[in-house]
Ligand binder design. Structure first.
Ligand SMILES: [Zn+2]
Length: 150
């Protein structure tokens, strides 16, 4: 019985090691798998950097209720804030307006994208900004870096 327990513990430890190895190998070749400064190591480092956003866990909360200092006509991204449980959170303000059906569809003052219709009631139509991706500072910097690479 004792021997069986020790085998079980050993087996669990071995499985844990295998799990960690499989987690790492699922992310592809790592820079430290190759000689320092080699072409392979640098390629792995670039790949790891490019995948950084894939591992970046965060919650984006999109709201149409402005904070007191918010320009209500524009999309605005708040900073990433780390919560007590380690989750990263950022609040995005997305303009939302109610207009009469015959009024022109509003557009983003920064990129010119027309707002999308969200709801329609007799005598009222709701519109919301439809260009959050264009103004996401993380996405913009990622696209800029991708353009620099090409
Ligand atoms: Zn826009």
């Amino acid at each position: 019985m004792l021997r069986r327990d020790s085998c079980l513990i050993g087996s669990l430890a071995e499985n844990r090691v295998n799990l960690e190895i499989s987690k790492e190998s699922s992310k592809g070749p790592q820079p430290w798998h190759f000689a320092l400064g080699s072409v392979e190591s640098r390629a792995a480092a670039r790949t790891k950097l490019a995948r950084w956003y894939d591992d970046y866990e965060g919650v984006t909360l999109i709201m149409s209720i402005p904070r007191p200092d918010t320009d209500t006509s524009r999309v605005s991204f708040g900073p990433w804030t780390k919560l007590q449980d380690g989750t990263l959170l950022r609040i995005v303000y997305a303009p939302n307006v109610w207009l009469k059906p015959d009024e022109a569809i509003p557009m983003c003052p920064d990129c010119g994208t027309l707002f999308r219709k969200t709801r329609e009631y007799p005598g009222m139509v709701g519109y919301a900004a439809n260009c959050l991706d264009k103004h996401d500072p993380d996405r913009v910097s990622q696209v800029s870096r991708a353009k620099l690479r090409t």
